[in-house]
Design a protein around this ligand. Structure first.
Ligand SMILES: [Zn+2]
Length: 389
């Protein structure tokens, strides 16, 4: 029978900053498979090779941490496969100064990390992630690796979410604080933008992903761009910025459609002229299939977002319509726009009236369901009209 501690592989490795050796851990790769994943890639449920491992939280162990100088980053940096985009020297200079200062934020966060414990607590994982972010943000804004920061902030958001979803009593709270929340809040003086809950971490992840999209050389890679845009749509929706989320889906739809058209033409030309290799043709076919899937996924997501806006506004909008003397579709549009309802709500209610579907006592979802086919058509049209403007 395996033991939970067998889940880890330990390696002795030299720190790329202070050159001292430490023992790092990672989880054996074939131990688990994600079975339930949220829209922002957070894994809610894993399937484990053995039930003895079920209490392990893989997210806690993603980053490596040097207990000597407090350097914290992805394992690739420790292994010398990533030099922090050429900024490792700059980070080294700063760490070597601040990790010696007894009251520096690096020292305070570092001391709170129970690195010797085989199983990290969620709070240790939070400290590790905050430290990794803080170290990257010591670089001036134009020197930062936004892709890396975006990933770190997203992971931090997952940890805050897990802390709320699966609460466990806190252990080893650093004195003199009553809770880790107080401990983290005490750092605001040195780090005014320190994220103290999931929402702030998500906002920082969004800002960094947007920077990354604006600057990365990888934006030529359509899969990379679209995957980030899907992630941004999910993150905006989590923050209840549904219009921003819809704007992302619209962008994905346009990009995917355009690329699909170009690729299909190239594929036809390649097949007709017979100049492309079979591998090139196969790659183009794979891309077209992937883009078909993206377009379907985008439409479904867009409809889901529109439904959220509509379901929320429906009871009030319905009251407004029922109070009208002459609720013709045109009058409904004008009145609801005047009352500052979302364009989606205005269009849908006018459509429903047009279809004589507005009956007292209809639940919004029932109404939405009844006119689903037409609504899909409306959404697609709205989508196209907005995209063209
Ligand atoms: Zn070190």
């Amino acid at each position: 029978m395996p033991n939970a501690s067998d889940a880890f592989v330990h390696v002795a490795i030299k720190c790329p900053i202070c050159q001292r050796e430490s023992r790092q851990r990672y989880l054996k790769s074939k131990l688990y498979t994600p079975v339930e994943v949220e829209g922002d890639m957070h894994v809610v449920k894993y399937s484990w090779e053995s039930p003895v491992y079920a209490g392990i939280r893989p997210n806690f162990y993603h980053l490596w941490h040097c207990p000597h100088c407090r350097f914290t980053d992805e394992k690739e940096v420790f292994r010398g496969e990533d030099d922090c985009g050429g900024k490792l020297e700059l980070i080294r200079e700063k760490i070597l100064i601040y990790s010696k200062a007894p009251n520096s934020l690096i020292t305070r966060l570092g001391k709170a990390i129970a690195f010797d414990q085989l199983f990290f607590t969620l709070e240790t994982a939070l400290c590790i992630h905050l430290l990794a972010i803080y170290l990257q943000e010591m670089l001036s804004a134009n020197m930062r690796q936004h892709g890396k920061l975006a990933r770190f902030y997203l992971r931090l958001a997952w940890l805050f979410r897990e802390k709320r979803s699966w609460p466990v009593p806190e252990r080893d709270v650093p004195p003199p604080f009553a809770s880790y929340s107080d401990f983290f809040a005490s750092m605001q003086q040195d780090w005014p933008a320190i994220p103290l809950q999931e929402e702030a971490a998500i906002d920082a992840a969004i800002a960094n992903y947007q920077e990354e999209l604006g600057h990365s050389r990888r934006v030529d890679d359509i899969r990379f761009e679209i995957n980030i845009m899907f992630l941004l749509a999910d993150l905006h929706a989590r923050r209840d910025r549904l219009d921003d989320a819809i704007a992302c889906t619209r962008h994905i739809f346009q990009q995917a459609n355009r690329k699909r058209q170009i690729t299909r033409q190239a594929l036809d030309a390649a097949v007709n002229k017979g100049k492309a290799t079979s591998q090139e043709i196969e790659n183009m076919r794979t891309l077209v299939n992937w883009l078909n899937n993206v377009v379907d996924r985008t439409s479904a997501l867009n409809e889901e977002l529109a439904n959220r806006i509509f379901d929320r506004e429906y009871p009030r909008a319905r009251e407004a319509v029922l109070a009208m003397a002459q609720p013709t579709p045109d009058n409904i549009m004008a009145r609801l726009r005047e009352l500052k309802f979302h364009e989606i709500t205005c269009q849908r209610l006018a459509t429903m009236m047009r279809q004589k579907m507005l009956r007292q006592g209809d639940a919004p979802t029932e109404v939405a369901m009844e006119s689903k086919g037409f609504l899909s058509f409306m959404i697609r049209r709205l989508f196209r009209d907005k995209g063209a403007s």
